[in-house]
Design a protein around this ligand. Structure first.
Ligand code: UT7
Length: 320
């Protein structure tokens, strides 16, 4: 049996960290409102020279080093983003070039905030099928570039960054690796969270639009359900979970989802306070924080989950 085992993690954040108070100088908001409604205190905002590809490449280098590999050993790059450097080529190929990998399979996955979970399932399937051996799975975004900085209901919520993992096909995984993945999409909800532009419609990049309250309501229900489904698929239950690494959209969503599953809040990795919502990057960024600070250790049972525009949502159960 082949399993895809996580052998390295990495992350990258733009140097510029922006506080709520700084934002309140630009838009009609306050630190109190943002903290109370979302738990967000800071977000990192990319400078002009920092792009989705440069952040992704920095995160990838860290993940490859943590796995003890050379970049040339990577034979698959799956990059989740809704903010690619260009409409094409795929940002994954820009990362490939930056890493000096001459030949591998490289493509992007677009599932917005759930993109990393979608990318994990795609890479896991390709590794278990024996097609590839060592994959880089990356979530990377520069949402600051698609925010309407006049719209206080959205611009305070998002940030930029990238996270990456290395997945290696392992014949004798010793119980480790990705145990299950479960994804969903429901396109009836396209209009609740979207960008009002695109190459085939307006010919522009567009700005993010969201009906936050409705997204919130769906998020709690869908995330609790899909976590339960992924655990059942793995033959496990909520009591077996050591860590939940959720999509970091809103601290209140994290609390409500954990409560619905009966999970202790201490088991939930929270980075929304310092990263805000970084879309596809949020799960691998949080994962890297909890690995580096020693919380997630070999043998731990980790559940990843995310939900975003589409709607799309998903979860994965990983034995570390
Ligand atoms: O990553 C994809 C998934 N995305 C999400 O999961 C986001 C889900 N949604 C949310 O996190 C929350 O719905 C928000 C944080 C977006 C909003 O929180 P809320 O508690 O649902 O607030 P609300 O939209 O009902 O707004 C309450 C009030 C409104 O004023 P009135 O109409 O009651 O007078 C807003 O105009 O807060 C006002 N408001 C603000 N005030 C100060 C909205 N944004 C701001 C702001 N600063 N930035």
């Amino acid at each position: 049996m082949i399993r895809a085992v996580v052998t390295g993690t990495g992350s990258a954040l733009p140097a510029n960290r922006v506080s709520n108070a700084e934002l309140a100088e630009r838009v009609d908001t306050s630190d109190e409102w943002i903290v109370e409604r979302t738990g967000i205190r800071f977000r990192h905002i990319a400078a002009p020279h920092e792009t989705t590809a440069t952040l992704a490449a920095d995160a990838a280098r860290e993940a490859i080093a943590a796995a003890g590999l050379d970049a040339g050993q990577i034979d698959l790059i799956v990059l989740a983003t809704a903010t690619p450097d260009q409409t094409f080529p795929a940002t994954a190929t820009k990362v490939q070039a930056a890493l000096g990998i001459n030949d591998c399979v490289a493509f992007d996955v677009a599932a917005v905030c759930s993109g990393f979970l979608y990318a994990v399932q795609v890479a896991d399937s390709m590794l278990r099928a024996g097609v590839h051996r060592r994959a880089l799975v990356i979530g990377a975004e520069t949402f600051s570039r698609i925010l309407d900085w006049e719209d206080r209901t959205t611009c305070v919520l998002f940030g930029d960054g990238a996270g990456a993992i290395v997945l290696e096909a392992t014949e004798e995984p010793d119980g480790r690796g990705i145990l299950s993945t479960r994804l969903h999409a429901d396109g009836r909800h396209n209009g609740l969270l979207y960008v009002d532009g695109g190459p085939s419609t307006t010919g522009t990049v567009g700005k993010l639009r969201m009906k936050g309250k409705e997204v919130f309501r769906h998020a709690v229900v869908n995330l609790a359900a899909v976590m339960g489904e992924s655990l059942t698929l793995a033959g496990l239950s909520a009591e077996d979970v050591d860590w939940v690494v959720p999509h970091q959209a809103n601290a209140r969503i994290l609390d409500a989802t954990a409560r619905k599953l009966g999970l202790a809040p201490e088991k939930v990795v929270v980075t929304v306070d310092r990263h805000a919502n970084t879309s596809a990057a949020s799960v691998p960024l949080a994962l890297d924080v909890a690995v580096k600070d020693g919380r997630i250790k070999r043998g731990d049972l980790v559940v990843l989950e995310a939900m975003g525009g589409g709607f799309t949502w998903g979860a994965a159960v990983v034995r570390w």
